[in-house]
Write a protein that binds this ligand. Structure first.
Ligand code: SF4
Length: 229
C-alpha cells in the first residue's frame, strides 16, 4: 500500500496515509476501509514514523489521513507530526474527523498551533440519506452548524438510491458555502452499498466544469491522491 504521496494539481501538498486505532463509529454502511486499523500501538507508531520520514515540507502543507478520524491516531505519532511541522516549516495541515469528535476539534487546532483545514465525511447534506441509508451518524441539521467546527466537507456521489436532486443540492452547497471541498465518486467495495453507473455518467458530464474550480477536488478513483490501494 502507498502511504506517502504528493497532491500536485490543486492545493499542492504532501499527503500521508497513517495507521491508527479502530474508527470509533465504524458502522457506515459503505465503508470497508477500517480493515487498516489496528490495536497494537507500538506497531502503529513504528509504521507511522517510517511513513513520516518521507515528508520534506516542499509545499509547506501536509495532509494526514487515516482510516477513521485524526483523534484515533496515537499520541506519539501526533507528537512526531508536530515535530516534523516545526522541523520542515510546514504552515498548514489538513486533517479529517468524524462528527462525533466535534467538541475536540478546537483542542486539535490548539495542539498543532498552525492553521488546520478540518475535513469531515459529510457524504451528502441530505440528512435522511446520510444518517439512515449511509448510517453515517453525523447528525448536524444545517450547514451553519457544520461550519462551526469543520472547514471542508467530503461528498460522495454515484451511489444507488441517491438522486440527481440530492447531488445538485450538494454541489450548490459546497460551491456556495465552503472554501474547500472534496468529491469522491463512489467505487464498489465489499460493502452492500452499490455504485450507480448512470448517475456517475450524468454527474461526470454535468459537473465536469468543477475540474477547473481550485476549491473543489474531485476524486474519480479513491486512490487519486496517490495513497491507499
Ligand atoms: S467514520 Fe469513516 S472510517 Fe469510520 S466507518 Fe464511517 S467511513 Fe468508515
Amino acid at each position: 500500500m502507498d502511504r506517502y504521496s504528493e497532491v500536485i494539481n490543486k492545493n499542492q501538498r504532501e499527503i500521508v496515509l497513517l495507521k491508527a486505532f479502530p474508527c470509533k463509529w465504524g458502522k457506515c454502511s459503505f465503508c470497508d476501509y477500517i480493515l487498516d486499523n489496528s490495536k497494537d500501538e507500538e506497531e502503529i507508531n513504528k509504521l507511522n514514523f517510517e511513513v513520516l520520514e518521507n515528508v520534506t515540507g516542499k509545499y509547506k502543507v501536509l495532509e494526514v489521513i487515516n482510516s477513521g478520524s485524526c483523534f484515533e491516531i496515537p499520541k506519539d505519532t501526533l507528537l512526531k507530526i508536530k515535530e516534523i511541522i516545526k522541523e520542515k516549516k510546514i504552515e498548514r495541515l489538513f486533517l479529517e474527523s468524524h462528527w462525533v469528535y466535534k467538541n475536540k476539534i478546537q483542542q486539535m487546532r490548539d495542539f498543532f498551533e498552525i492553521p488546520i483545514t478540518f475535513k469531515i465525511g459529510v457524504e451528502t447534506f441530505d440528512n435522511n440519506f446520510r444518517n439512515v441509508y449511509l448510517n453515517k451518524n453525523a447528525k448536524f441539521e444545517t450547514v451553519e452548524e457544520l461550519k462551526k467546527y469543520f472547514d471542508s466537507p467530503c461528498i460522495m456521489v454515484g451511489i444507488k438510491g441517491q438522486t440527481k436532486e440530492m447531488i445538485d443540492k450538494d454541489m450548490e452547497i459546497i460551491q456556495d458555502y465552503f472554501e474547500h471541498a472534496t468529491i469522491n465518486v463512489f467505487i464498489n467495495n465489499s460493502s452492500k452499498v452499490k455504485r450507480d453507473e448512470k448517475l456517475v455518467a450524468w454527474f461526470s458530464e454535468k459537473y465536469k466544469f468543477l475540474i477547473n474550480n481550485p476549491k473543489i477536488e474531485v476524486l474519480i478513483n479513491n486512490t487519486d491522491f496517490g495513497v491507499g490501494d
